[in-house]
Design a protein around this ligand. Structure first.
Ligand SMILES: Cc1ncc(COP(=O)(O)O)c(C=O)c1O
Length: 335
């Protein structure tokens, strides 16, 4: 059955993804969906043809959500068909985490897939144990997803948030941060690339400073993935929350969180279920859980049934991104 007929007949199964399978895709019979491999050195004009967005739209909102290339949309449809027609169970999340881990240089065991950056930042924020009057330092350039969890904790628990302004240079920014640190500072939570001005922060130096002072570092990494080369192991932060649906052009609703293995057991988990636990036993009269029953990986934070087609399509987005290469992308982005 061709895709047009499939959409007519199986619209019910696809009701959850109306923005993805837009009219353009349905009506277009000759979309380019095989860019990978043979034509890896294709120019930007031909790359543009691998998208189905209306040609009269100049899309500039990748900071919120990227438009996926046709290859990703095709994969979504095929994977949803596998579920709807064959009852296929979701893909193995470790495949996606391994592919992602290669890009950001973090072992897959340190990563969990989330639905967006905000979820990852909430996992970090509410995972850290703090006392009343402990201080959290942030910039004056936070996205709501970065600051809202902390504003809420401040209101509910009496912790204090302090801000510092960004400088014109990395040295000035670091200097401003140093001035804000006090004996009560327990957390530094900053963006890698602020959504306001797009400056690339001296994130490695910030995390080094935090570590030297015994302060926890949390990085809002909404924007680097798919735009610039970066290395989470080298940055050496405690937590890093990022996104697949912005610059990497994966389907909407895909994020990730990195937790440094040194912080794994110190981080409180708030959602526990399938994939969080090694084992449990409810057949006994008084069931108990031991800390060791939690999986010894960041996976413990991502629990329950997940959307396999989105994971598979995200793998396609990674393949597509790699077919162009971060060097070309970064070069073009900085032009
Ligand atoms: C810097 C920054 N942090 C966090 C977010 C929130 O991202 P999400 O909506 O994927 O949770 C955004 C979104 O634009 C952002 O720009």
């Amino acid at each position: 059955m061709d895709r047009k007929n499939f959409l007519k007949k199986a619209g019910f199964a696809l009701a959850g993804i109306p923005t993805i399978l837009n009219a353009n895709i349905v009506e277009t019979t000759s979309v380019e969906t095989k860019p990978i491999g043979s034509n890896a050195n294709r120019d930007w004009k031909s790359i543009a043809k691998e998208f189905s967005i209306n040609k009269d739209i100049i899309f500039m909102n990748n900071g919120t959500m990227g438009i996926s290339p046709n290859l990703v949309l095709k994969s979504l449809q095929e994977e949803f068909e596998k579920v709807a027609f064959k009852g296929a169970y979701p893909s193995d999340f470790n495949r996606l985490k391994k592919a992602l881990g290669k890009i950001v240089n973090a072992p897959h065991t340190t990563l969990a897939i989330t639905k967006n950056v905000t979820e990852g930042l909430n996992i970090a924020c509410f995972g850290v144990e703090l006392q009343r009057d402990d201080e959290v330092i942030m910039t004056t350039h936070e996205h709501v997803g970065g600051c809202a969890p902390w504003l809420y904790r401040a209101k509910m628990e009496g912790i204090r948030i302090k801000t510092f302004p960004l400088g014109m240079t990395a040295a000035e920014t670091l200097d401003n941060l140093k001035k804000a640190i006090t004996a009560k500072t327990k957390v530094i939570a900053v963006p890698h690339i602020p959504c306001t001005i797009g400056q690339i922060m001296p994130i490695k130096e910030i995390c080094k400073l935090a570590r030297e002072k015994g302060i926890i570092s949390i990085v809002d990494g909404a924007h680097p993935l798919g735009m610039i080369r970066f290395d989470i192991t080298d940055i050496d932060c405690d937590y890093y929350a990022g996104c697949l649906h912005k610059w990497l052009l994966a389907p909407l609703g895909m994020g990730y969180v990195y937790i440094n293995p040194n912080r794994l057991n110190a981080t409180r988990v708030h959602n526990v279920g399938a994939y969080s636990l090694n084992k449990f036993d409810m057949t006994v009269e008084i069931p108990i859980m031991d800390s060791a029953d939690l999986v010894n990986e960041t996976q413990r934070f991502s629990t329950g049934t997940y959307c396999g087609p989105m994971y598979e399509a995200s793998l396609k987005a990674i393949e597509w991104y790699e077919s162009i290469g971060i060097d070309r992308i970064e070069q073009r982005g900085k032009r």
